[in-house]
Design a protein around this ligand. Structure first.
Ligand code: EPZ
Length: 424
């Protein structure tokens, strides 16, 4: 298992190019199962989850051709279409479940393993009940059989329906949108997630002739079409990676030009960073951010669905608040186990008290290097940033979590002044 050895503290200066969004690219790739015609997708991030999704599509019979250092792919349907998504491919990645609906919608059958992914929800795992019950309403029938496989089918095309999600879910919203576009009639989805990754999926599908539109703030209407046409689509930049580098600059008295990303998509995060003292200018797809000498606390940070503060950036902001002047808190409203890295941050000197879904963070911490272990994707980025600002050597183990979702984070950070070595 690879580790990062980080020597700190470092002041970060220079330019960072943001990669394509993993969480946008994954549903877009899954939805290529709905096409008869070839699809070209550009700006794919070079991260492990994308490799896993492409391997999954390959195992289902899609032909994958790579261009531009694997950042561009052409995906073509072949005559060897399969309907079985194995545990070995889904166990590390939750987004693998997104092939279920497209397979049933297009071919009326599929057998898909229960997915894995970051463990963020304590004992309840990462449920897919919202996905399954909504697909059932469109006419999918399913049984869960031996080995944790979902055997699903439909009698003919799925049928348009009006339905409301009980909880706002990014994945279930994406899953139902993509599964409805070839169905008979009109589907109206209420309480839909409005995260930019949902909007990017809709833009991709509409570019291929789907008929999806917003008819209310959280209401999406999909009129079924018979088929999709060829398309060439560029995935949006990764807002969580952009947010991570903005925090890196704020934390380390940095001066970064962050490029390749629409700053308006992280307005909430940038406004918060301004409150901590960062000086921020945005022009088109560039963020110029300068970290303050002294970081001001954020009294109370609360995670929420978009356009609220994103749960995926909570661990990263926690590192910043450790160094802020005074006491701050973070309340997590999306996942139960978002604070697993807090104990690891304590090894570096942080003072954090967790009470249920609230973390109280005493500021003024001067991180001192130590050995730490990452527990999930965003936790690993948080530990890396803490290591960059810590005095001495920090060793972060289990960085395979990081490789799932951040493209070459160590190379990007080293280019702007950090000292991170990957140990195999
Ligand atoms: C997506 O996960 C992202 N993953 C997550 O990013 C992100 O943290 C999350 O959205 C919230 O923004 C991808 O896009 C691949 P949800 P998703 O369904 O879709 C509950 C990262 O680090 N729920 O919006 O799985 C669920 O338990 C990852 O890149 C059910 O109860 O999240 C949670 O409490 C981690 N039943 C809430 O809804 C369901 O069937 C929101 O989860 C589905 C979800």
């Amino acid at each position: 298992m690879d580790k990062f050895v980080i020597k700190g503290p470092s002041i970060l200066k220079g330019q960072v190019l943001i990669s394509g969004s993993k969480n946008s690219a994954l549903p877009i790739l899954a939805s290529t199962l709905l096409f008869d015609k070839p699809v070209v997708i550009q700006n794919l991030p070079r991260v492990r989850d994308i490799d896993t999704m492409l391997n999954l599509l390959k195992s289902l019979g899609s032909k994958i051709e790579f261009f531009n250092n694997k950042k561009k792919v052409r995906i073509t349907k072949t005559k060897k279409q399969k309907y079985f998504a194995s545990y070995s491919l889904l166990k590390t990645m939750r987004a693998g479940i997104l092939v279920l609906g497209p397979l049933v919608s297009k071919y009326q059958k599929s057998i898909v393993s229960f997915p894995g992914g970051c463990v963020l929800n304590g004992n309840s795992g990462r449920p897919i009940n919202l996905h399954l019950s909504a697909l059932q309403k469109l006419g999918m029938k399913y049984k869960i059989k031996k080995g944790g496989y979902i055997y699903a089918k439909s009698n003919g095309k799925l049928k348009g329906k009006t339905l409301k999600f009980q909880t706002i879910s990014v994945g279930a919203s994406q899953h139902l949108i993509m599964s409805s576009i070839l169905s008979n009639g009109k589907t109206t989805l209420h309480n839909v997630a409005t995260e930019p990754e949902v909007v990017d999926l809709i833009n991709f599908l509409n570019s291929a002739g789907a008929n999806i539109k917003w008819v209310g703030k959280r209401i999406c209407q999909i009129i079924g079409v018979n088929s999709l046409k060829e398309t060439n689509y560029t995935v949006m930049g990764d807002r969580i990676e952009a947010g991570t580098f903005c925090v890196a600059a704020t934390l380390n008295k940095g001066n970064l030009l962050i490029k390749g990303f629409d700053p308006s998509l992280i307005k909430t995060e940038l406004d918060l960073l301004k409150k901590t003292g960062a000086k921020i200018k945005t022009v088109e797809d560039t963020i110029h951010i300068k970290g303050p000498q002294k970081i001001t606390k954020i009294k109370h940070l609360v995670t929420k669905e978009y356009s609220g503060f994103p749960t995926d950036l909570a661990p990263i902001f926690m590192v910043l608040l450790c160094k802020a002047s005074g006491r701050s808190s973070i309340t997590e409203n999306i996942f139960q186990s978002r604070f697993m890295h807090a104990m690891e941050l304590q090894r570096l000197g942080a003072k954090i008290l967790i009470k249920k879904n609230k973390a109280v963070i005493e500021g003024n911490t001067n991180f001192i290097g130590a050995e730490v272990m990452s527990s999930d994707l965003r936790a690993s980025a948080a530990l890396i940033l803490a290591g960059v600002s810590a005095k001495g050597t920090t060793v972060v183990s289990r960085i395979y979590h990081c490789d799932r979702g951040y493209e070459s984070i160590e190379k990007k950070l080293n280019k702007v002044g950090a000292s991170i070595r990957r140990l195999n």
